[in-house]
Design a protein around this ligand. Structure first.
Ligand code: SF4
Ligand code: SF4
Ligand code: FES
Length: 830
C-alpha cells in the first residue's frame, strides 16, 4: 500500500491507498456520521448514513476506497436530506423509554437524532408485536432495534461464532407511497426496518455461543444488553476506571464501570466492564468476570506478623503468574537479598522455552504479535486450545480468515467445533498427543527455504518423502458395440423382417489402476486428511502474509527444548512470523523479571498458591492480599506490551510490598517499582503515572510501552533433535488440562456471573459412545493420582478426549499431570 493524498472538505490529508474514506476521515479528525460500520470488520451498508460525494459521485464512506487525488465532500443538500430522512426512519416507532433504557446517555440514536436536528417525523411504519426476548446472558428488545447489523457483523467477522442473523419481522406488505416521496437511501432503510429483526442462526430459543457479550457492547441503542446489567444503572452515574484485563495474556484494554453499591452502602462496586470495541474485542471472562476482588479485608496485624515470621523462616516463595510486573520484581529483589527459591512451574516452562528459542533466533522475544496475525492471510496454530488459552488469538485467527480472505491450519488433538465453525478455509488436523514436534517439522518441510535451512535438517526431512503405489478408481468412457435387432418392412414385398445391426455406444465405466504418488510420512504420522495437499494448495494460492501461533502444549512437552528450537528455525527460514501464547496473565512478565527455580526448598510461602504459609488474593489463605482489580501496576501481554492497570476498588489490607518492606526492602508503593523494571530484559525506566492507556481515533494503541527485544547470544550450531518416535502416552483414555471458554483461573470462577462447579468435560460424541451420561460421577486415575468428579457435557469440544479444568480450586487437576497437558488415564463410573 502506498501513501496517497486526498481532499476532504477542502482539507488535504494523507492516507493509504485502498483505505476506506471513513477511516481516513476519522484518522484526521473529520466527522462523517456512521452507524453500522465497525473498524476491523467488513462494511455491511446497513445504515447508509455515511453518504459522501467523492469526485462528484455519491458513495458510502465506509465502503468506498480512497484513491490518489480524490476530492471528497461530506455534506451536500441531497446528502443532508438523505441523512435527516434516515434518522427519521430510525426514530419511527422507537419507544420513548430513554429514562429507563440502559443505553441512555451513550446511545447513538439519541446522539444522531440531536446531531441531525430531527425534531419532527414524516414517516410511519405499521408496528407489529415485537416482544423482548431473553437469550440467556443477552437480552434482545426488537422494539429498540434499528437493524444496523453491528451485532451480526461483529459476531461473524471478529468473534467467529456467527450466532446472529437478520430474520423476517412479520409485517404487512409495504406501503408503496413512500417510494416516491422518500429519498432513495432512506426508503431502502425504511424498507429494511419494515421487514427485519435480529434472530439466532441456530434457530434455538437460547444463544449457544462462546458468550463474549461483544454484540451487546457494539449495539448503538439499548436493543441488546447484558441481562445481568439490565436496569442496574444509568451510564452517567458510573465512574470509568481504565485498566487492563487480568484474566489472560491478551492484556485487553478495559474500563471498569464503578459506583456505590446502594443508597445504604457507599462502598464502591463494579457494575460492568466496557471496552473500546472498535479496537479491542473482549471475551466473556473479561466482560463478565469482573467482581473477583478480595472483599471486606482490613489490616490483621497479628496475621501480618505471622506472615513476616513465615517469610523469615522460608527458603522458597511459590507463586502464580496472576501478579503484576511490580510484584514479580519485588519477589526477584527478595530472592536477590534473602536467597529465596522462586517457584512458578508454568512460568518456568515458558521461560525455558523462550531461552531455547533465543539460542537460535538470537532475540530475547518471539518476533510477532496478534496484530500481525490479524493482518496475515495464512495462519497456523499449534499446541494450543486457541479458544480457551487466549480468546484474542482466536479472534485474530478468525479476523484473518474473514477480513483478509485468509486460510488456516489448526493442529490440535482435541476436536473443536468452534474452530471448525470459523469457515471452510480452516482445516483442523486432530493429531495424537505428543506430536507437536512432528507438526513443526512438517511446517519446516512445507514452508522453509531449503536452500538456506541447515543441510542436516534438509536431509532428515527428505527421509520422510517417498513415492508409493496406490490403487485409484477412475471413471472412463468405453466404446461398446451393441447389436440391435429391429423389425423392418420390406419395401418391395411389404413383408416384415428382422434386421440386426451393430451400434457403437460410449458407456461410463469405473476402473482401478495403480499410480505412483508422492508420499509424506509426516502427514501420515499426524493423521492428516487425504485431501490435505489439495486443500493446502488452494489455501496458499493468494497467501503472502504468514503467521504461526504456538501455545502451552509446546512449553510443557517432554521435548519442549527441541520444539522451541524448531519454532526459531521456522521463523528464521520461512515467511512465518511467530507469536507465542504466554500461559497465564503475566507469564511473559514473570519469565522476564524472575530467576525461577526448579525445586522448592523446605519451607514455602505461597502467593495465590498453596504454601506452608499462604498469601491469597482469593481470600483462601492465611493472610489476604489484593486481587488484580484492587491493584495498580503493569502487566506484560502476548503483544509484548507493558500495560498499566488501575485499582477499580479500594483495598484496606496488607500488600506484598508491605511484607517485602518488613523483611528488608524499601519502597513506599508497589508502583514505585515500575520505573525499576529490568531494562536489560526489555523494560523501560518509566514511571507508572506516566503510562498512557487509550486508543487514538486512528486505532493506534497508546498503552504503556512495547518491550524492546534485546539480542541474545546464539548457539554455535542450529542442531535440532530428530522426532522421538518412542514418545507416546500409555494405553488408556486421554485427558487434557484446559479450561472451558470463559474460565481461566479461580479468579474468574469467583465472579457472580461465571461461577460454576468444575468437572470432567466430555463431548456429546464421547458420551454417546461410552456408558457415561452428564452428571455421572467418575473416578479419574493417572500415574500421578486420582480424582472423583462429575461428568459435564460440553458441546464446545468434540471427539474422545476429556478435558479437566484448572479454574475450580476445589479440584486439584494439575496433580494428575506431570508437566505435559495431556496424559493417559482410566475413567471409571462410580
Ligand atoms: S440489536 Fe443492536 S446492534 Fe443488532 S441490529 Fe439491532 S440495533 Fe443493531
Ligand atoms: S455473545 Fe459474542 S459470540 Fe455470542 S452472539 Fe454475541 S458476539 Fe456472538
Ligand atoms: S456506516 Fe456506512 S453504511 Fe452504515
Amino acid at each position: 500500500m502506498s501513501t496517497i493524498t486526498i481532499t476532504i472538505d477542502d482539507q488535504k490529508i494523507e492516507t493509504q491507498e485502498g483505505e476506506f474514506i471513513l477511516n481516513a476521515a476519522r484518522a484526521n479528525g473529520i466527522f462523517i456520521p456512521a452507524i453500522c460500520y465497525l473498524t476491523r470488520c467488513s462494511p455491511t451498508l446497513a445504515c447508509r448514513i455515511c453518504l459522501v460525494e467523492a469526485d462528484g459521485k455519491q458513495v458510502y464512506a465506509c465502503n468506498a476506497k480512497a484513491k490518489e487525488g480524490m476530492e471528497i465532500v461530506t455534506s451536500t443538500d441531497n446528502i443532508e436530506q438523505e441523512r435527516r430522512s434516515i434518522m427519521e426512519v430510525y426514530d419511527v416507532n422507537h419507544p420513548l423509554q430513554c429514562g429507563v433504557c440502559d443505553q441512555s446517555g451513550e446511545c447513538e440514536l439519541q446522539n444522531y437524532t440531536l446531531e441531525l436536528g430531527v425534531d419532527s417525523q414524516s414517516y410511519a411504519i405499521k408496528d407489529v408485536e415485537r416482544a423482548a426476548i431473553d437469550w440467556g446472558h443477552i437480552h434482545y428488545d426488537p422494539g429498540l432495534c434499528i437493524v444496523c447489523e453491528r451485532c451480526v457483523t461483529v459476531c461473524k467477522d471478529m468473534i467467529g461464532d456467527t450466532s446472529l442473523k437478520t430474520v423476517p419481522r412479520g409485517s404487512d406488505p409495504l406501503d408503496a407511497t413512500y417510494k416516491e416521496s422518500m429519498p432513495k437511501d432512506a426508503y431502502a432503510m425504511w424498507n429494511k426496518l419494515n421487514k427485519s429483526v435480529i434472530g439466532l442462526t441456530s434457530g434455538e430459543a437460547m444463544l449457544d455461543c462462546t458468550s463474549c457479550g461483544e454484540c451487546a457492547a457494539v449495539c448503538p441503542v439499548g436493543a441488546l444488553v447484558d441481562t445481568e446489567f439490565m436496569y442496574k444503572s444509568n451510564a452517567w452515574e458510573l465512574t470509568q476506571v481504565p485498566a487492563t484485563c487480568g484474566h489472560c495474556s491478551a492484556g485487553c484494554q478495559i474500563s471498569y464501570n464503578v459506583k456505590h453499591e446502594s443508597i445504604e452502602n457507599s462502598n464502591d462496586k463494579i457494575y460492568r466492564v466496557m471496552n473500546e470495541w472498535n479496537y479491542v474485542s473482549l471475551c466473556g471472562a473479561g466482560r463478565y468476570g469482573f467482581d473477583y476482588e478480595n472483599r471486606g479485608v482490613s489490616k490483621d496485624i497479628a496475621m501480618f506478623e505471622k506472615a513476616v515470621a513465615a517469610l523469615e523462616k522460608a527458603d522458597t516463595i511459590s507463586f502464580t503468574s496472576m501478579i503484576t510486573n511490580e510484584e514479580a520484581l519485588i519477589l526477584q529483589r527478595l530472592k536477590e537479598q534473602r536467597g529465596y527459591r522462586l517457584i512458578n512451574p508454568e512460568a518456568k516452562s515458558f521461560q525455558d522455552f523462550l531461552a531455547a528459542y533465543s539460542a537460535i533466533s538470537g532475540t530475547m522475544l518471539y518476533g510477532s504479535d496478534l496484530k500481525e496475525t490479524h493482518d496475515a492471510n495464512f495462519v497456523i496454530s499449534v499446541g494450543t486450545a486457541l479458544k480457551s488459552d487466549n480468546p484474542n488469538a482466536r479472534y485474530a485467527f478468525n479476523n484473518s480468515m474473514k477480513m483478509n480472505k485468509g486460510a488456516g491450519l489448526y493442529f490440535h488433538p482435541v476436536a473443536d467445533p468452534v474452530i471448525e465453525g470459523l469457515g471452510k478455509n480452516v482445516m483442523s488436523i486432530y493429531h495424537a498427543p505428543l506430536q507437536e514436534e512432528t507438526v513443526l517439522y512438517l511446517i519446516l518441510d512445507l514452508f522453509a527455504d531449503k536452500e538456506k535451512l541447515p543441510q542436516e535438517i534438509v536431509n532428515y526431512l527428505e527421509g520422510f518423502h517417498s513415492t508409493k503405489t496406490v490403487v485409484v478408481t477412475e471413471s472412463i468412457k468405453e466404446e461398446l458395440i451393441e447389436s440391435i435387432t429391429k423389425i423392418v418392412v420390406d419395401e418391395e414385398t411389404g413383408e416384415e423382417k428382422e434386421v440386426t445391426e451393430d451400434v457403437k455406444k460410449m458407456v461410463a465405466k469405473k476402473v482401478e489402476k495403480e499410480v505412483e504418488v508422492e508420499s509424506n510420512a509426516l502427514l501420515e504420522m499426524l493423521g492428516a486428511p487425504d485431501n490435505f495437499n489439495d486443500a493446502l494448495a488452494k489455501f496458499l494460492k493468494k497467501a503472502n502474509a504468514f503467521s504461526l501461533i504456538v501455545g502451552p502444549d509446546c512449553y510443557t512437552h517432554p521435548n519442549a527444548n527441541n520444539i522451541a528450537r524448531l519454532c526459531a528455525l521456522i521463523e528464521k527460514y520461512s515467511a512465518f512470523k511467530l507469536v507465542m501464547i504466554p500461559t497465564l496473565t503475566n507469564t511473559l512478565g514473570v519469565s522476564l523479571i524472575c530467576d525461577l527455580d526448579d525445586e522448592a526448598g523446605n519451607y514455602t510461602v505461597g502467593y495465590n498458591t498453596e504454601g506452608d504459609f499462604t498469601l491469597s488474593a482469593l481470600g483462601e489463605g492465611d493472610l489476604d492480599m489484593p486481587a488484580m482489580n484492587q491493584q495498580e501496576g503493569t502487566l506484560t501481554s502476548i503483544n509484548k506490551r507493558v500495560n498499566p492497570t488501575n485499582a477499580a476498588l479500594a483495598y484496606e489490607g496488607y500488600e506484598l510490598n508491605d511484607l517485602a518492606n518488613a523483611v528488608g526492602l524499601e519502597s513506599e508503593l508497589t508502583i514505585d517499582y515500575t520505573e525499576h523494571l529490568p531494562i536489560e530484559r526489555g523494560f523501560k525506566a518509566e514511571k507508572f503515572d506516566d503510562l498512557p492507556n487509550h486508543y487514538t481515533n486512528e486505532g493506534v494503541e497508546v498503552r504503556g510501552y512495547l518491550l524492546e527485544s534485546r539480542g541474545v547470544k546464539t548457539d554455535s550450531d542450529e542442531h535440532v533433535d530428530e522426532i522421538d518416535s518412542n514418545l507416546t502416552l500409555e494405553e488408556g483414555e486421554i485427558i487434557y488440562l484446559v479450561n472451558p471458554v470463559r474460565q481461566f483461573t479461580a479468579f474468574t470462577n469467583k465472579t457472580e456471573q461465571l461461577h460454576t462447579d468444575g468437572g470432567l468435560y466430555m463431548s456429546e460424541t464421547y458420551l454417546k459412545e461410552s456408558d457415561l451420561n452428564e452428571g455421572d460421577t467418575v473416578v479419574i486415575a493417572t500415574s500421578q493420582g486420582e480424582l472423583t468428579l462429575n461428568v459435564i457435557c460440553d458441546n464446545k469440544i468434540d471427539g474422545a478426549i476429556a478435558c479437566l479444568p484448572t479454574f475450580d480450586s476445589k479440584i486439584n487437576s494439575e496433580a494428575l499431570f506431570s508437566d505435559y497437558r495431556f496424559t493417559s488415564a482410566s475413567i471409571k463410573k462410580v
